[in-house]
Design a protein around this ligand. Structure first.
Ligand code: NAP
Length: 335
C-alpha cells in the first residue's frame, strides 16, 4: 500500500473512530491472553474479567510480572483472584510453548485464546535459529495456536459454542516493503540473512507473515460443527504501551513519545479490539480475516495482489515444514 493511502486510513482510524466499549458476556469461558502482564494484553485480560470470564490465564514470560498484573486486575475489578492464573510462556523458546500447550490440555475447557505477545526492536537477535521477530511474532504464536486448536475445537463441541483463536497483528503490515521476498528460494533463509535485512521494516514484515499464516490456517480449518473455532487477526491501531521500549537512543525515544502522544489511543481503548475479536458476537465473517477498528478490513495489496498470493502460499508451505520439524504432527489436523 502506498504511504498516502495508508496515512489517510491511519488518520481516519486514530482520530475519527471511537472503538465500542466491550459489553459481551463471557460467563463460563476460559480465556488465555499471552503477554497479559502489560500493555494491550493486560487491558484485555481486565476486560475479560470484568465481563464475567470464569477463568483468565495470564500467559507471561516473567511470572512475577504476571502476578503483579493479577494484583492490579483484582484491585480494579474486585474480582475473586482465583479467576486469574499466571502461567509461564516464553515465545522465544519452543520448549516453553510445548510445555504451556501440554498444561493447557488439562483445562476443563478453553473458549478463546488471544495471541497478543509480540516484540518490536531494531536489534538483530537470533532465537530458536531465526531472527527474533520471526520467532516471537510469527512462528511461535502459530505453533501455539496449532497446538491448542484441538482443545478449542473440543471445548466448542462440548459446550455448543464457537471458540476464538485471535492473533494480534498490526496495520503496519500494509506498509511492509518486504525486500527479503523471493519465490525461487527459501523465504525463511532470506529472512535470516542479517546483511539483507532492513530492521526498520522487520516488524512490519513479521506482522504480514503472521497474517499470511492466519489466513492459511483459517482456509484449512473452516468453521464447521466439527471445528467450531473462528480464527482471525486484528490490529489494535497505534496505542500507548511499552512496545517501543527497544527504540535505540534517547532522541528517538523522545520523538516516538511525542508522536505517540499525538496519535495514539490509550492502551485500554486499543485492547477493545482484542476483546472484540474473541467475543461471542464475532462470527464466521471474521474467519481468516484482518480486523481493524473492530471491523473486517481488506488485507491489503501485500496479501491480495497476485504476488502476495504467491508469497503467502510459498511462505505457508515452508512454515508447515518448519512447524513439523519443531513438533512432528502439529499440522496434521489441517490436511
Ligand atoms: N502498541 C501499539 O501501538 C501496537 C500497534 C499494533 C500492534 N500491536 C501489537 O500488540 C501486541 C501487544 O503489544 P503492546 O503494545 O501491548 O506492547 P507491550 O506493552 O510491549 O507488550 C508486549 C507483551 O509481549 C510480551 N512478550 C514479548 N516477548 C515475549 C516472549 N518472548 N515471550 C512471551 N511474551 C513476550 C511482553 O512481555 P514482557 O513485559 O515480559 O516483555 C509483553 O507482555 C503486540 O503483538 C504488538 O505487536 C501494538
Amino acid at each position: 500500500m502506498d504511504t498516502i493511502t495508508y496515512a489517510k486510513m491511519f488518520a481516519y482510524s486514530q482520530f475519527l473512530v471511537k472503538l465500542p466499549y466491550p459489553t459481551s458476556d463471557f460467563t463460563g469461558q476460559t480465556i488465555i491472553v499471552t503477554g497479559a502482564n502489560t500493555g494491550l494484553g493486560l487491558e484485555a485480560a481486565r476486560h475479560f474479567i470484568r465481563l464475567n470470564a470464569t477463568k483468565v490465564i495470564v500467559a507471561v514470560r516473567t511470572v512475577s510480572k504476571g502476578e503483579a498484573a493479577v494484583v492490579e486486575i483484582v484491585r480494579t475489578t474486585q474480582a475473586d483472584p482465583s479467576r486469574l492464573e499466571v502461567w509461564p510462556l516464553d515465545l522465544s523458546s519452543y520448549d516453553s510453548i510445548k510445555a504451556f500447550a501440554q498444561r493447557a490440555q488439562g483445562l476443563d475447557r478453553l473458549d478463546a485464546m488471544v495471541q497478543n505477545a509480540g516484540i518490536l526492536t531494531q536489534h538483530w537477535k537470533v532465537e530458536e535459529g531465526m531472527e527474533s521477530h520471526i520467532t516471537v511474532n510469527v512462528i511461535s504464536p502459530i505453533l501455539l495456536g496449532l497446538l491448542l486448536l484441538p482443545k478449542l475445537r473440543e471445548s466448542g463441541k462440548a459446550y455448543d459454542k464457537v471458540g476464538h483463536l485471535s492473533f494480534v497483528g498490526s496495520d503496519l503490515q500494509y506498509l511492509a516493503k518486504f525486500q527479503e521476498k523471493c519465490t525461487d528460494g527459501s523465504l525463511l533463509e532470506a529472512l535470516n540473512d542479517k546483511d539483507k535485512t532492513d530492521m526498520g521494516d522487520r516488524y512490519n514484515v513479521s506482522k504480514l507473515l503472521l497474517l499470511y499464516a492466519v489466513r492459511s490456517i483459517a482456509r484449512l480449518s473452516p468453521v464447521t460443527l466439527d471445528s467450531p473455532v473462528i480464527i482471525n487477526c486484528l490490529t489494535p491501531g497505534a496505542c500507548t504501551s511499552d512496545i517501543f521500549r527497544d527504540e535505540p537512543g534517547w532522541s528517538q525515544k523522545i520523538l516516538m513519545g511525542i508522536a505517540m502522544k499525538i496519535v495514539a489511543r490509550t492502551t485500554e481503548a486499543g485492547s477493545r479490539t482484542l476483546v472484540h475479536a474473541a467475543s461471542p458476537v464475532v462470527g464466521v465473517e471474521t474467519h481468516g480475516k484482518f480486523l481493524m477498528d473492530c471491523k473486517v478490513y481488506p488485507s491489503g495489496p501485500n496479501v491480495e495482489s497476485d504476488e502476495g498470493k504467491v508469497l503467502e502460499e510459498s511462505f505457508w508451505k515452508e512454515l508447515v515444514q518448519r512447524l513439523e520439524d519443531i513438533r512432528l504432527g502439529v499440522c496434521k489436523d489441517l490436511f
